[in-house]
Design a binder for this molecule. Sequence first.
Ligand SMILES: Cc1ncc(C[n+]2csc(CCOP(=O)(O)OP(=O)(O)O)c2C)c(N)n1
Length: 281
Amino acid sequence: MHGFCPGCGNGIILHTLIRSLKRYIAEQDIKDPRFKDPLDRFIFLSGIGCSGWIVSPHLNADTFHTTHGRPIAVATGVKTADPELKIIIVSGDGDLASIGGNHLIHAARRNLEALCILVNNFNFGMTGGQCGPTTFHNAITTTTPYGNFEYPLKVAEMVAAAGASYSARWTVKHVVQLEKSFSTGLKRSDNGFAFIEVLSPCTTQFQKRNYGTDDPKILFDLFEKNSVLIKNKDKYSQKELKDKILLGVFSDEQVLGLSQNIKGTISNAGKKTNTRSEEVR
Ligand SMILES: Cc1ncc(C[n+]2csc(CCOP(=O)(O)OP(=O)(O)O)c2C)c(N)n1
């Protein structure tokens, strides 16, 4: 039982995450005596919003429901204080890409070892369906009653460009790929920032206003029919791609993560000659 609206994708995301977590945990061989239960190593963080409730009351694990936009800031503190902990962030597009947008860019740049799942439901769901940074151009929201005059942010592309080890986009209609992506993200986040944007219907606010019905089939069909896999994108012209939803993996490279780099810098401190400061002298 959960408290999400009928047709909301948050339940699918929770269920899919649990399936991937079970598989990841089964493959782990954790020696740290502090972690008697495999979940003891995990900290789940969220911000404020409907999607902030995906992990918070549903998982029997340590969760931190931070203030609006701040789960990544808190996660950075947790991970640098105790690098053995496994960090999972699940929050909304408003929370992570709007008020918390700067934290997102810099967590990607620093390559913070964390799995970060951004639920993109195209609006601020919890507060009544206001326009956000991911709202489609021309879409109707409570704050854009005549249509959105801005363009949406391509979050997964932005996070890849900022330097994250792994960045992908899927939808709640693509559960098989989503589960695989969560599993990859769990592994990649051992060494860097693994970001997964999940497109998900907000039936009560966004969909009802824009499609006249809260039947989730509308957006599920759109996700299926209007999406293009990155690997197939060359088959389409730039003009055709403009209205398509691009799905798949935008970056996947092994680069050392923040807490590993901090550890390396500390252990090397004083060993290397600082040529630049000698030049200045
Ligand atoms: C500092 C601050 N500003 C504004 C709010 C009001 N507020 C609560 S949730 C939210 C937006 C949530 O949108 P999103 O992150 O997209 O999550 P959703 O509810 O759509 O899942 C806002 C603006 C707040 N709680 N704190």
